[in-house]
Design a protein around this ligand. Structure first.
Ligand code: G3D
Ligand code: MG
Length: 212
């Protein structure tokens, strides 16, 4: 098996409790835990996939709950080629927050990033407050792709990462630097140097769930 040909940094963003950690754990470990996850899984996860004949390594950054205190800044998403901005389809505030993140990412990173807007908790369709058409139309208006997922039921998660990876490869090919990178090139080295540890959040130790 050949070495990784390309490495991408992908960040998860969105309000607390929308299911960011659940999505990444579903993708990496194929597990779902409805117990409190916030402080247990801070940092980044890696997954290697073969796609279009290329071996790609995804480094997926999850927060340690800093979003609850508005404490996530450019240091977290800088250098990323993909962003998953997650909202909860049953929570209007989380959709507003997702739009704010999109605005910030576009201001800070321009069009160099593949944006995904993810309506999670699709299993709670009966409690949906964000119409799918509205979310899709917003995504289109900002050049993002909208996905519906349920980390709980394992719906849409694999497809989302596959599609995002294809888009990041396509972006890379359409940019000036269209040569496939190797693991020793500058772009990956840059990503490595930006692996600033995410400090676990100890601010809410007594909570057993993060929602409600
Ligand atoms: P976060 O990382 O965005 O803060 P978490 O969100 O992944 O910690 O999830 C927050 C809560 O939402 C968790 O429940 C989790 O089980 C639940 N959740 C995540 N994804 C889904 C989903 O697809 N469907 C449903 N129904 N629930 C989901 P608790 O009870 O720990 O607050
Ligand atoms: Mg989390």
């Amino acid at each position: 098996m050949s070495d990784v040909e390309k490495s991408f940094k992908v960040v998860l963003l969105g309000e607390g409790c929308v299911g960011k950690t659940s999505i990444v754990l579903r993708y990496i470990q194929n597990t779902f835990n409805d117990k409190h996850l916030m402080t247990q899984h801070a940092g980044f996860f890696q997954k290697n996939i073969n796609i279009a004949g290329k071996r790609v390594q995804l480094t997926i950054w999850d927060t340690a709950g800093q979003e609850r205190f508005h404490a996530l800044g450019p240091i977290y998403y800088r250098g990323s080629q993909g962003a998953l901005v997650v909202y909860d389809i049953t929570d209007n505030d989380s959709f507003v927050k997702a739009k704010n993140w999109i605005k910030e990412l576009k201001t800070m990173l321009g069009n160099d990033i593949s944006l995904c807007i993810i309506g999670n908790k699709a299993d709670l369709e009966k409690s949906r407050v964000i119409p799918l058409a509205e979310a899709e139309s917003y995504a289109k208006s900002v050049g993002a792709i909208h996905y519906s997922t349920s980390a709980k039921l394992n719906k849409g998660v694999e497809d989302l990462f596959l599609d995002l990876t294809k888009r990041m490869l396509a972006n890379m090919n359409s940019s000036n630097n269209s040569t496939i990178s190797t693991s020793s090139n500058t772009s990956q080295a840059t990503n490595r140097s930006e692996r600033i540890p995410i400090v676990p959040d100890n601010a809410e130790p007594s909570r057993t769930t993060c929602c409600n």
